[in-house]
Design a binder for this molecule. Structure first.
Ligand code: ADP
Length: 236
């Protein structure tokens, strides 16, 4: 469980680093631009470009290269090979972790269908997805409630449903929840990157993320992923 929290933290850190990096790179580019403009002005007037301006350009480029290299190193450690994973088993294995994300007053009920459901993913990814939805549900139920996590087959897709009895969302919020950086949470409590990155991850795997919600009643997130057919799996 500790591991998962650390990994989730790392994913969030990665998203934040991305945003921070864009900001820092922009500052460096502005420095490059103004120093290059000054050097050009000199040239236009028949003067040699100032050593100071060129030094500033070179230094800014060095710092930009260092920044991007750090981010790439950090990101590479997150990459994991996709493989067939059985949803039910993985989700049962996460039960303790998910419980830790919820207030004590929330009743977590996990229901997994009997048949094996194999999807093309990784344990880390699945955990990341579930942790995202369950943490949000916990935030939506500060006074307690019930959280149903259901795993079932839906045609040729696997369905993971996360339904809470929390505060719910009105249409204005619902329309924006997948926008990066959209959050209704206090600063420091929410980044607004959870659902947008979750949606991107799901769609990358040819899946779908749906949501229904009613203020005061609760929210239901439905995550659909293509099932792997058994003949596609290599025999043991
Ligand atoms: P964050 O949790 O950092 O705010 P998310 O992208 O995960 O970012 O969620 C965006 C917003 O969607 C939240 O701030 C909240 O307003 C709303 N939201 C997400 N899940 C739920 C939920 N289960 N119940 C009510 N509101 C939710």
């Amino acid at each position: 469980a500790q591991d998962t929290l650390i990994r989730t933290e790392r994913m969030n850190t990665l998203a934040l680093m991305g945003a921070g990096l864009a900001h820092d790179l922009n500052n460096l580019l502005c420095a490059v631009k103004s120093s290059a403009d000054l050097a050009l002005l000199n040239l236009e007037e028949g003067l040699p470009p100032g050593v100071e301006d060129l030094t500033r350009i070179s230094g800014a480029a060095d710092r930009a290269a260092l920044l991007t290299r750090r981010l790439m190193e950090f990101a590479r450690r997150e990459v994991e090979a996709l493989a067939p994973v059985e949803l039910g088993r993985e989700i049962h294995g996460m039960e303790e972790t998910l419980r830790l994300l919820l207030p004590r007053s929330v009743d977590l009920r996990i229901q997994v269908g009997a048949e094996a459901m194999v999807v093309w993913s990784t344990r880390l990814r699945l955990e990341q997805m579930l942790v995202n939805l369950v943490a949000n549900a916990g935030d939506a139920m500060p006074k307690g409630g019930t959280l149903h996590v259901k795993v079932a087959r839906s045609g040729d897709q696997a369905l993971i449903e996360v339904a809470d009895s929390g505060v719910g969302m009105g249409p204005e919020v619902l329309a924006r929840i997948f926008d990066p950086f959209f959050t209704t949470k206090a600063p420091g409590k929410g980044t607004g990157l959870g659902l947008s990155s979750l949606k991107a991850m799901v769609e990358e795997g040819n899946g779908r993320l749906e949501v229904e919600s009613e203020p005061g009643k609760g929210s239901r997130f439905r995550l659909l992923m293509p099932l792997m057919r058994s003949e596609a799996l290599s025999p043991r």
